[in-house]
Design a protein around this ligand. Structure first.
Ligand SMILES: [Zn+2]
Length: 344
């Protein structure tokens, strides 16, 4: 890596150097960008038995939203620095698998674009078709790679980065009895949101009770949090969402539970507090002032750590029998009261 690389790529290289004796590091694919080849990496840590639960952290799907990659890299760095002395962490890792793909779209990061170097929006690139109307353009389209939110050609295979993400999730997460995923983005609205599927329909997922139970333990253990926890469909529908695709794949595997979440860090407030940011495309999606960046990082690191704990201890909070039905009823009332004829 050269000195002109974005700082996230430099930190990634450092983590590969410093972390190679702790993390299992794999190169998933190579992406061609501006005459150079950029590798896409995964990192795994903790117990590799398929019997233990797992949690996956993903960042940088949209190249412009660098803060998402930074949050995942910062969490990886925190774990790496704690491993030599933190006996609680070492104990925890005996019962859980941690999976990281901190920079899904290094070419987009390098170019400063939402899409990958082929002009494809990776979060519109799965084969899932929305079953209800999606917003024009934003919902995903096949008009031209020159326009944002392009899904790719209908006959083309998934982009290398999307395919690598899906293979990693299938290999490391979907084979387990329980797994969670958190994909870190920024740019929507002024509040931080935690979204869960579906994005392709306003109907609820089958694991709505489990999602509501997760929200409940999150509320209870973080009394002053300000995240809005909701299905993505409450905001807008899209074609081609990777997490809808992977959730549907997981439901084909019987009793397995896979709960994918997306962190959408609300960035409009960053812009409001520093209106000059609006003139920087990079600035709209990322906090520019150091103290704001530190506050963003602090808050979300606690969130990532919560998800690791929730995955580790899933047997203690997953609802069963009557409690499960109570969670379903509460979730339908909370999130789907406007949806006519919700599925069960
Ligand atoms: Zn995004």
């Amino acid at each position: 890596m050269s000195q002109t690389d974005p700082p996230e790529l430099t930190e990634l290289s450092r983590l590969i150097e410093e972390g190679r004796s702790h993390f299992d590091i794999r190169e998933l694919c190579q992406v061609q960008c501006a005459g150079r080849s950029l590798p896409v990496h995964s990192f795994t840590l903790g117990n590799d038995s398929p019997e233990v639960p797992a949690v996956g952290f993903f960042g940088g799907v949209h190249g412009l939203e660098r803060i998402g990659a930074e949050v995942v890299l910062a969490y990886m760095r925190s774990l790496l620095m704690r491993l030599p002395w933190d006996t609680v962490l070492r104990e925890q890792l005996k019962g859980v698998r941690l999976v990281f793909m901190p920079m899904v779209n290094p070419g987009g990061l390098w170019l400063g674009t939402r899409a990958n170097p082929n002009g494809v929006d990776l979060m519109r690139n799965s084969p899932v078709e929305a079953v209800e109307p999606v917003p024009f353009m934003i919902g995903g389209h096949r008009l031209s790679r020159g326009l944002p939110w392009y899904r790719g050609h209908s006959q083309a295979p998934m982009e290398a980065e999307s395919a690598a993400l899906c293979e990693l999730v299938e290999r490391e997460l979907l084979g387990r009895r329980f797994s969670l995923a958190l994909d870190c983005h920024s740019g929507f609205g002024s509040r931080d949101r935690i979204w869960f599927p579906f994005a392709h329909t306003a109907q609820p997922i089958g694991h709505l009770p489990e999602m509501h139970a997760l929200r409940t333990i999150f509320d209870q253990s973080n009394a002053h949090h300000t995240y809005i926890f909701e299905p993505q469909s409450r905001q807008y529908l899209t074609h081609g969402d990777l997490w809808d695709h992977l959730y549907l794949r997981a439901t084909e595997q019987g009793e397995r539970i896979f709960l994918p979440l997306t962190l959408e860090m609300g960035s409009w407030l960053w812009v409001k507090k520093n209106p000059r940011q609006i003139f920087s495309r990079y600035g709209i999606f990322n906090p520019l002032i150091v103290h704001r960046q530190q506050r963003v990082m602090r808050r979300h690191l606690a969130l990532l750590d919560f998800f690791t704990r929730a995955a580790s201890s899933y047997g203690n909070w997953l609802p069963t029998a009557a409690a499960r039905e109570r969670h379903r009823a509460q979730a339908l009332a909370c999130w789907y009261s406007e949806v006519v004829n919700p599925g069960t």
